[in-house]
Every structure is written in structure tokens, then in C-alpha cells.
Design a protein around this ligand. Structure first.
Ligand SMILES: Cc1cc2nc3c(=O)[nH]c(=O)nc-3n(C[C@H](O)[C@H](O)[C@H](O)COP(=O)(O)OP(=O)(O)OC[C@H]3O[C@@H](n4cnc5c(N)ncnc54)[C@H](O)[C@@H]3O)c2cc1C
Length: 495
């Protein structure tokens, strides 16, 4: 096990009369990140409790969609069909700074589309799946204190109840209580511009709305009215003139801002919900302090441009789940859990940077508009267009696994194998040796790693070792070299 440095301040939960260790992992927050992590941990029989402060799931529809990598993750866990039924497929392009270009033909994925699906539906599906797999979810329970020691973490709830687990993961959103209790810094830029967002009815014909929106969006990119169901529109408008940031926005605020930007309030009425969001950009200094980890918005926030935040959080959970499970099951090699921060923090840094760049590209003024025109021209080059789409959809990620061929550290696409599709073989969250030589073996690692000998697999290398998250951990054809890499990622072989 790790030798861990505990730097959290003692909290009211510290003391010698600790409650019994009832859970392996407590997750604070049942948003998309927490629900995904709970399901991933359950694949490995980890005892999981999810604590969610809200008594009911939120109805705020915050999301544009699931991008390619998240859809691939769903396919890897057998969830794609369920999710596809609830969303609408749209072209994967047009998301970088809302510059509309066709999807390049060379995009390397079997799932090269965006799935438009509201965030509450995703959370519902992921929570349902976590519960099906055996996770416990307790709503109306807010984490308020924590104390950690050599054996575990004592978690104190807002009502004073204490619970104990071996690890705690803060998936409790941008204002994360867990991050604050740990004293982990969250440096970055504060909100500069706020935006109002809500769902409501309009009092003018649909064609009139569409024509006006097209005209206004020529210059105002933080503005839209889009149909969001029968008779209901999703409305987004800058909040610049709304002064009291502490109060929830009102219908009058929406009307006033619509008149300022569009010259008409479209007769909006009967709001379903109304909210406000900012464009702060921040990244946690650390993702782990001893037995407590951070994931999703608790670790990083950025403007919603390009629709990446939920996708990023779900992918954090996918990276962390099998590593934390390995730690709890006792087979994790020494640095495995720390590779979570080493791999995922640079990915978040990159997302923060691309949203900063997109914010500039969406600004008004001769400078940003000239840069936008230039980039729009450059995106006519297939390579540029593809590079930016791969960034937004997260299929361009390459983790640093050391020197090796370009495929090393990247995710493998969903290729054809003799039993069907590759991703169907990853449903149980185990490693996989895909072996075209038919000479290799996973030996003492067979309890953690599956072996598919398939000379017909659509690969242009002899063999790959895939981690449970589908990233390529090794390429080659030598058994000893393979064994070294099995040890590196999957610990000691069973005797
Ligand atoms: C307007 C808007 C549009 C967006 N559009 C997109 C998009 O198209 N695509 C995309 O990928 N992302 C989008 N995002 C970002 C996305 O909504 C977030 O990145 C995502 O919700 C993060 O998920 P999470 O699970 O990490 O955190 P959250 O969704 O914030 O969930 C955290 C959960 O923790 C709970 N909680 C908080 N404190 C405690 C506590 N002390 N104890 C227990 N529970 C607690 C909360 O109630 C909540 O349920 C958008 C965001 C906004 C504002």
C-alpha cells in the first residue's frame, strides 16, 4: 500500500471513537461524475456509498451533448444503446468556438457523432446503472467534515452523522466542500461575464424567433433561443445588465436582457426553470490528498463553450475507477493511483486552455473577429479541422506512458474482432490483451486481464495490451516485455 502524506486539517470528525469501516469508498455528489465513478467501482465489487446533498435530482438542463469519447466509454460498458434511445444524434463538428465546418471523413471513431441529451437524463441513467450494479445512493445527505488517518476516512454529514470508508472521492461540483475541507487551492480566473439560461414559452411565431435569432447570432455568440420541447424554448442571453448576482434570476431579468440584445423580449412567459452561470476558469492544485481524491467539476471548472465539462468529469471517473478499485482489491502496483492525477490533470489543463481560446474567438471587436475569420479559413484544411474536433471530443488524448509508437497511450478505436466489436469485450472493466500472434499469454494476471487471440483483428501491430479504460498500455510481441508491462499496470501475478 502507499505511504501517504495526510495534510488535511483535523475536523470535528477526528477522534479515537471512529465508526466502523462500512464502505470501501464514499463518493460525495451524485452528479454525472459521482454516478459514473460509483458504477465503475461496482464492476470490481467495491462497497460504494454515494452521498448527495439534494433530496431530488435537478431538472436544470445544462448540457449540449455527449461527445465521441464519452460515447465510446458508454459502448465499452454496454450502456450505449440505453443512452442512444434517450438522445438525438447530430454531426460531431461545429463545436470549436461554434465555427461550423463539416465533420472530416478521416475522423477515427466508430461513434463519430454528438449525442444531444439533457444532463438530468444522463445523471438518471448513470445513477440507475450504479444502483443496478449494487451502489448505495443516499439523497439529502451533505458532506460537511472529514478526517483521515492511516486506515481510512471519517466523513461527517451536515446533521452530525459520521460514516467511515477507506477512501473518499469529492465529486461534489465546482464549489466542492471536499476540496475546501482538504485545503486544496483552486487557482485561476474569476467570472468575467455571466449568462442567464432557462426554459420558457414564447409569445411569437416560431419563424419569427428563428429569423431574429439567426440575425442576432451573427454578432452575439452568447445568445440563443432554441426549441426544447413542445412549445418550450431554451433561452440563453448575457446577464450583463442584471445587477444582483446573489439572487436567482427572474422572468423580468430575462425580458430586460432579451430586449437589450435582440430589441424584443419575444413575449417570453411561463418559465420552467431559470438559472445563471459564470465563466470562471479554475484548476485544483492537487487531485489527491492521502485517501481523498477529487474528480469532475470539483477539480476543474471552465466556461461551457464546446460542451466539455460533463464529458471531462465522466472521463475522470473512468480513469479513476479501475485504479481505485485495484488499490482496494490490493493488487495496485505502487504508483497506480497517482497516475490518476498525472494523466487527468494535464487533460483538464488543456480543456481550460481551449475554452480560454474559444472565449477570445467568441468575443466581439476587430481583433478577435479577425482571428476568428482566419481560423475559420484554416479549418478548411482537413488536418486543422480534425485536430480541433479531436480536442473537443477527447479522442486525441495521448497519456504519457514513455517512449514508444504513436498508438501507445492513446485509446484504441472500436475495431472489428472475431467475436464482433472490441468494445463489447470491455464491459466488465478488465484489462485485455489483443493478440494477433496467438503466441502470448496473460498467465498469472488472468484474474484481471482477458486474452483474445485473434489473427484477424483490424490492427497494424502484432499485439496490444489495453487498460480497463481502453488506453493502449503496451505494443509488441515479446512475452517477457509483456510480463513487465502487465506488472507495471496490473501488479504482481497471482501465484
Ligand atoms: C449552462 C451550462 C451548460 C453546460 N453544457 C455542457 C455541455 O454541453 N457538455 C458538457 O460536457 N458539460 C456542460 N456543462 C458543464 C457540466 O454541467 C458540468 O461540468 C457537470 O455537471 C459536472 O459534473 P459533476 O458531477 O462533476 O458536478 P455536478 O454536476 O455539479 O454534480 C455535483 C453534485 O454534488 C452534489 N453536492 C454538492 N455539494 C455536496 C456535498 N457537500 N455533499 C454531497 N453532495 C454534494 C450536488 O448537489 C451535485 O448533485 C454545462 C454547464 C453549464 C453551466
Amino acid at each position: 500500500m502507499h505511504s501517504e502524506q495526510f495534510t488535511a486539517e483535523p475536523s470535528p470528525a477526528s477522534g479515537t471513537d471512529r465508526p466502523p469501516l462500512m464502505f470501501d469508498v464514499i463518493i460525495a455528489g451524485c452528479g454525472p461524475t459521482g454516478a459514473m465513478l460509483a458504477a465503475e467501482l461496482r464492476l470490481h465489487d467495491v462497497r460504494v456509498l454515494v452521498l448527495e446533498k439534494e433530496t431530488e435530482p435537478t431538472s436544470f438542463v445544462r448540457i449540449v451533448g455527449l461527445h465521441i469519447r464519452s460515447l465510446e466509454l458508454m459502448a465499452m460498458r454496454g450502456l450505449l444503446e440505453r443512452i442512444l434511445e434517450r438522445g438525438r444524434q447530430r454531426p460531431a463538428g461545429g463545436f470549436f468556438a461554434a465555427i461550423n465546418k463539416p465533420v472530416p471523413k478521416s475522423l477515427d471513431s466508430g461513434h463519430a457523432y454528438l449525442l444531444g441529451i439533457p444532463q438530468p437524463v444522463i445523471v438518471h441513467l448513470l445513477e440507475e446503472r450504479a444502483i443496478e450494479l449494487g451502489a448505495q445512493v443516499r439523497r439529502g445527505c451533505a458532506v460537511a467534515g472529514l478526517a483521515q488517518d492511516d486506515d481510512g476516512v471519517t466523513v461527517e454529514l451536515a446533521d452530525g452523522e459520521q460514516l467511515r470508508s477507506r477512501y473518499l472521492v469529492g465529486c461534489d461540483g465546482g464549489r466542492s466542500t471536499v476540496r475546501k475541507l482538504l485545503g486544496v487551492g483552486f487557482p485561476g480566473e474569476p467570472t468575467r461575464a455571466e449568462t442567464l439560461m432557462g426554459e420558457m414559452e414564447v409569445g411569437v411565431p416560431q419563424e419569427e424567433v428563428a429569423a431574429k435569432v439567426t440575425e442576432i447570432r451573427e454578432t452575439h455568440h452568447r445568445f440563443w433561443l432554441r426549441p426544447a420541447g413542445v412549445g418550450v424554448y431554451s433561452v440563453v442571453v448575457p446577464a450583463a445588465g442584471v445587477s444582483d448576482r446573489a439572487q436567482p434570476p427572474t422572468l423580468d431579468d430575462f425580458k430586460q436582457q432579451l430586449r437589450t440584445v435582440a430589441g424584443t423580449d419575444f413575449g417570453v412567459h411561463s418559465p420552467r426553470w431559470m438559472s445563471r452561470f459564470g465563466d470562471a476558469t479554475r484548476l485544483a492544485e492537487r487531485y489527491r490528498v492521502g485517501r481523498v481524491l477529487l474528480a469532475g467539476d470539483a477539480a476543474h471548472i471552465h466556461p461551457p463553450i464546446g460542451g466539455q465539462g460533463l464529458n471531462l468529469g465522466v472521463q475522470d471517473a473512468f480513469n479513476l475507477g479501475w485504479k481505485l478499485a485495484a488499490q482496494i482489491r490490493g493488487w495496485a502496483p505502487e504508483p497506480l493511483l497517482d497516475t490518476y492525477q498525472a494523466e487527468r490533470r494535464p487533460v483538464a489543463e488543456d480543456v481550460l486552455d481551449n475554452t480560454r481560446a474559444q472565449t477570445e474567438l467568441l468575443s466581439t471587436g476587430p481583433g478577435p473577429e479577425a482571428v476568428r475569420r482566419l481560423l475559420t479559413e484554416l479549418m478548411d484544411f482537413d488536418e486543422v479541422n480534425r485536430y480541433l474536433i479531436e480536442k473537443i471530443t477527447a479522442i486525441g488524448i495521448r497519456y504519457d506512458f514513455g517512449a514508444g509508437p504513436d498508438l501507445l497511450g492513446r485509446r484504441l478505436r472500436d475495431i472489428d474482432v472475431k467475436q464482433g466489436r472490441l468494445y463489447d469485450l470491455l464491459h466488465r472493466g478488465r484489462g485485455l490483451l489483443l493478440d494477433r500472434t496467438e503466441r502470448l499469454t496473460v498467465g498469472g494476471w488472468s484474474d484481471r486481464v482477458d486474452h483474445l487471440a485473434d489473427p484477424t483483428a483490424a490492427l497494424d501491430v502484432p499485439c496490444v495490451l489495453l487498460r480497463p479504460d481502453g488506453h493502449v498500455a503496451w505494443i509488441g510481441d515479446d512475452q517477457q516485455d509483456l510480463n513487465d508491462h502487465l506488472s507495471r499496470w496490473f501488479g504482481k501475478p497471482a501465484s
